[in-house]
Design a protein around this ligand. Structure first.
Ligand SMILES: *[C@@H]1O[C@H](CO)[C@@H](O)[C@H](O)[C@H]1NC(C)=O
Length: 294
């Protein structure tokens, strides 16, 4: 543990002794708007294992136990249902979406002072109602945060307000959301922009706006893709796979803060999300504390 972590832990204990509540692990975060909090996120959180098709070592429940509160995942169509597949279900099938979301319900039930965000990708335009059905079947719809209308960045509630209202699950979808059909599955790119992914340079020496193409960063929160890949050349086919060998360094405070500093210089504010592969390598949580000034 670093000195910083000891100090945070001591403050937390002191807060608990005074009956002060903490939100996502910190009293300081309670009064902060959701849009002013930085979350470390697990990229491809469903793809767990040690093979080139995987992105995480820890399953979802242990990602959350580690402190990760932003869970990104990729979904595909399979037999009329939603499946956690990496690019295709032949490459990797990590089970159904219905099963994937179950640990989130268990976590939210057991941790009443925590706000969780899920970002789901839907490249095959699966009907959004099907995702709604899965959230409902898991008992998660009751936790879902539903704004009355599209929120401007400054209009987000504080973490404490979200916790008090019981609406502690924020859900975004990259494409094909429709709030007239499922009001709590929010349009990712109406709320965020993202920096490029598919990076192979360990310096991460940029913080460009990649998606939505040509959009303005103003008024949007933002997601920094801090995942390192290695390029394999298989019989002339170049493919990118997540870099396991350098995960410790990629997810170090130094590497994450160096890229975040470029972002802060460019946009005048801290990233809202830093997505990582292999979240339990390096110091994801230490970086998150620093980015939140804790
Ligand atoms: C939160 O607000 C502070 C003060 O304006 C700012 O420095 C920081 O970058 C903001 N963080 C995020 C994630 O917006």
């Amino acid at each position: 543990m670093s000195l910083r972590s000891y100090v945070s832990a001591a403050l937390l204990l002191a807060g608990a002794a005074l009956g002060q509540r903490s939100c996502n692990g910190s009293p300081e975060l309670c009064g902060r708007k959701y849009s002013n909090v930085t979350f470390v996120g697990a990229h491809d959180s469903a793809f767990v294992g040690f093979l080139p098709v995987h992105n995480q070592y820890l399953p979802l429940d242990r990602q959350m136990a580690l402190g990760v509160r932003f869970l990104q995942s990729q979904t595909r169509k399979k037999d009329g249902g939603i499946e956690m597949c990496h690019t295709s279900c032949i490459e990797l099938d990590a089970g159904s979406f219905a099963d994937y979301v179950k640990p989130v319900k268990t976590f939210l039930d057991a941790n009443p002072n925590e706000v969780i965000t899920m970002l789901v990708t839907n490249p095959e335009s699966i009907a959004v109602e099907k995702y709604g059905d899965a959230f409902k079947a898991a008992g998660l719809d009751g936790y879902a945060f539903t704004p009355d209308s599209k929120l401007a960045m400054g209009d987000w509630p504080t973490l404490e307000q979200m916790i008090d209202s019981g609406k502690r699950l924020v859900v975004f979808m990259d494409y094909h959301s429709d709030t007239s059909k499922v009001p709590y599955i929010l349009d990712e790119f109406a709320y965020y922009f993202e920096t490029p992914w598919g990076w192979t340079d360990p310096a991460f020496a940029q913080c460009d706006l990649d998606r939505p193409d040509g959009a303005s960063p103003d008024g949007r929160m933002y997601i920094v893709n801090h995942m390192l890949n290695v390029e394999l050349d298989i019989l002339g086919f170049k493919i990118l796979i997540p870099d396991q060998e350098h995960a410790e360094q990629t997810n170090s405070v130094m590497s994450i803060i160096a890229q975040s500093d470029l972002c802060i210089a460019k946009y005048g504010r801290t990233p809202n999300v830093v997505l990582l592969d292999w979240v339990n390598r390096g110091d994801a949580m230490g970086s998150q504390r620093m980015l939140n000034n804790l």
